[in-house]
Design a protein around this ligand. Sequence first.
Ligand code: PMP
Length: 356
Amino acid sequence: MNLDDLPIRDDLKGRKPYGAPQIDVPVRLNTNENPYPPSKALVDDLAEEVRRSAAELNRYPDRDATELRARLADYLGHDLTPDRLWAANGSNEVLQQILQAFGGPGRTAIGFEPSYAMHPMISTGTATEWIGGVREADFSLDPDKAVAAVEEHRPAIVFLTSPNNPTGTALPLETIEAVANATDGMVVVDEAYAEFARTGTPSALTLLPSHPRLIVTRTMSKAFAMAGTRLGYLAAHPAVVEALLLVRLPYHLSTLTQTAALVALRHRRELLGTVDALRQERDATVEWLRGKGLEVADSDANFVLFGRFPDRRAVWEKLLANGVLIREVGPPEWLRVSIGTGEEMAAFRAAMEEVL
Ligand code: PMP
């Protein structure tokens, strides 16, 4: 028997699963992780806390992740309180819960492409119809066109990704406000890469007090260097959090996940201490690629989109043959490289020299 023989939902037929290749090569620059592993001190502290939590694993976790949400509110600042925070297993699960509560059959969600592929996938998974809006040639978002698209389609949910994946493009607050003012649906600003933004790039968190249907999502998978922990979170009006309580599974966030996330927040000075180095490495990578005569999108994230290659598959394969795994994603002739350590980026440049 194969998949087609199963009585699967019609709208899932013929779909492909999310599939960034997980290939074991020396230099992995394909899923926008932070390349720096935790220090021994952090690992020791985490092991000790996990040992403490382990003694209570016969009990369910704190269903509402009370302490974690309080510490996340402290981290974000902006006068946020725990009732305005929510957490789940990666920001992907946060997004799924948002779609479960505000999307669903007969409703639509819109995003402006190229953007994060999981927005349409999670929409489809929750039977929410996806509408692909467009970006300009330089990957920016024209506020007038975005507003027009929202007014035309009247979506239940608008996704705005800032900085955007895979282009690295951050959005001005004016664009977010214009879109928020044009819809009576929910506006999700996916800020998975916010900590990497160039100085002076504002967060949509500043808009929360004036826009009650705005949701800002964040993650510990990127700048926080905790991708393996699976911890994503959001900030929004307390009523939004109440809505998510209706759809979340009870005890979705395991005791061990909550423990690990709390330890990470305690060690945030160390974890976020690599962000400046990664930003510098990113800016240097943009310069280097431009110096090679390539087109490179401005980036406020920990990755760089560059092109154009009429046969990008061949370039991707050649890099892989040189031990460097990047991502074949985005518009047809472009490739995306995540920012690694100085050594990893030197290996990337060396492999690119071979290609060029
Ligand atoms: N949003 C964006 C824009 C992303 O690029 C990613 C990860 N690639 C996520 C959300 C999800 O990350 P996680 O589930 O690890 O928090």
